[in-house]
Ligand binder design. Structure first.
Ligand SMILES: Nc1ncnc2c1ncn2[C@@H]1O[C@H](COP(=O)(O)OP(=O)(O)OP(=O)(O)O)[C@@H](O)[C@H]1O
Length: 480
């Protein structure tokens, strides 16, 4: 190659690299402590009547609370026997009191993550708290007052509205790969979507599992009348880009994974198909066979959420009639198709964890006890992973194995904790005196979690390769 030619290629490479860089993603690589938000829910009338308000939680400022053990709690009794303390101080990235509206909560916590997600970052948000503490209310909310998930969907579609990829030509696969679809495959995808969208209440009527439909979902199919989030994030600086959005919804129940977009089996005693975890070529775990549905509007995505919610198995416990006994993970994937570039994928996962209380509190028996045991196993594993992550970050020379593989939940979270995304935790609490000991556990868990640093990379930029005029660009990603 003579000098002029090599100059030409060098210039071309430079130009393309700048196009590539600009249009692929705006998110910088970095490191930050995992955001840990506390949301305190108001007392219900019944709780007030029962005398649950004993001023156990005192909000000192935007970041600090002081807990005071009520007289009937184990914590207080231990103290009376000379063990421990009656009051503890905890800090959070931000504390939201009982008067915080859904809109305020979304704007101050989730909106920046949605911005990162639209810019190409993988993000995980999970709620942690005892049963009836407001986890589902925070994620899903009500039709008239949406939680962070429907609002995130609105912001996403408001932002990419006129920049959607036409037709179903690409589909996400595995953790964050993408495949090209031929005409037949595209037709198949359309049919799968039509089938899912047609699912209605009738499909779950015969179900033998106890199903409890949350009050927030009574009018789920009156979607046109829902209140929408109007915020929009500009994508103009992302160059010539087209977006394609895909959703999936999974449930982990008794350490088994189910597709919430799979119709409930009609026959009595028929079992729901169990899905398995698999690793992609980068070692990233993903749920094999989980249906991913192409959605073109926020309303479609919202309908998917509600269809999945209807399929969700719930068990009645003494504490909360409609208490959710499973971990539910709603995934949104964006395929970013940039001119001169291979498509790339980023994902936002929102996980509504099962209640963190111990089984004795919920008077669980038999199957319910097994259920509660498994919930606690995965939450305990999550606790151990978070503790080990913190240990490893403070002992770089003496790293220990993080037990991600000990539960399905932690395997799925693994990527977000290991440099392939950002994670944020929402701690939900009620202020009931009778739940104080359990709530204190939640605070102690969050005290460790908030010390974990998340390393994140601009993954969509670093993992993409492209070919042009014989040039080949490939960036190998090294995990921190
Ligand atoms: N911030 C809030 N403002 C008003 N009501 C709330 C708030 N948070 C929760 N609630 C109400 O409290 C009750 C329990 O909330 P929710 O069902 O979200 O709890 P949960 O933590 O998801 O429980 P589970 O783990 O059993 O599913 C619901 O009736 C919900 O509407």
């Amino acid at each position: 190659m003579d000098e002029t030619e090599s100059d030409f290629f060098a210039d071309t490479r430079k130009n393309l690299a700048s196009v590539f860089k600009k249009s692929s993603s705006n998110v910088e690589a970095g490191e930050e402590h995992m955001k840990c938000y506390l949301r305190i829910r108001p007392f219900s009338d019944a709780e007030t009547e029962r005398g649950e308000n004993q001023e156990c939680i005192d909000i000192m400022d935007d970041n600090t609370i002081l807990t005071k053990a009520p007289k009937d709690s184990h914590t207080f009794k231990h103290y009376a026997h000379g063990l421990g303390k009656t009051s503890h101080k905890f800090t959070f990235s931000r504390i939201f009191d009982e008067d915080t509206t859904q809109k305020e909560f979304f704007d101050d916590t989730m909106l920046s993550l949605v911005r990162d997600f639209i810019d190409g970052q993988n993000c995980l948000v999970f709620t942690y708290g005892v049963t009836s503490s407001g986890k589902t209310y925070t994620i899903q909310g009500k039709q008239s007052d949406a939680g962070i998930l429907p609002r995130a969907l609105d912001v996403l579609f408001n932002s990419i509205n006129n920049k959607q990829l036409y037709g179903i030509t690409l589909k996400p696969k595995m953790f964050m790969d993408v495949s090209k679809l031929n005409t037949e495959e595209a037709e198949m995808e359309k049919k799968i979507k039509e089938r899912i969208m047609k699912m209605s209440l009738e499909d779950v009527r015969d179900e033998t599992i106890v199903l409890s439909i949350s009050e927030s979902l009574v009018d789920v199919f009156d979607i046109e009348n829902r209140i929408r989030e109007e915020t929009k994030i500009s994508v103009e600086d992302q160059g010539q880009i087209r977006f394609s959005i895909w959703c999936s919804f999974a449930e982990i129940y008794n350490e088994q994974i189910f597709d919430l977009l799979e119709p409930m089996p009609k026959k009595k005693n028929a079992k729901r198909p169990v899905l398995r975890l698999s690793d992609d070529k980068n070692g990233s775990p993903y749920i094999k066979g989980l249906k991913e549905v192409n959605v073109t509007t926020a309303d479609e995505a919202y309908k998917i959420l509600n269809i999945g919610q209807r399929n969700l198995s719930t068990a009645c416990t003494k504490l909360n009639h409609s208490s959710s006994r499973s971990h539910c993970i709603f995934n949104i994937k964006i395929i970013r198709n940039v001119i001169l570039n291979d498509p790339s994928v980023c994902r936002l996962s929102l996980c509504d964890l099962a209640g963190s209380e111990r089984s004795s509190k919920t008077l669980s028996q038999g199957d319910r006890l097994k259920e509660a045991g498994n919930i606690n196993t995965s939450l305990m594993t999550l606790g151990r992973c978070i503790e080990m992550l913190r240990f490893n970050q403070n002992h770089k020379e003496n790293n220990r194995i993080i037990p991600f593989r000990d539960s399905k939940l932690t395997r799925l979270f693994q990527n977000f904790f290991c440099g392939r995304g950002k994670a944020a935790m929402i701690v939900n609490v009620n202020q009931c005196a009778s739940m104080f000991d359990e709530t204190l556990h939640v605070f102690k868990f969050s005290a460790i979690a908030k010390q974990v640093r998340s390393y994140f990379k601009n993954f969509s930029f670093t993992s993409v390769s492209f070919n042009c005029w014989g040039l080949h660009y490939m960036n190998n990603y090294k995990y921190p």
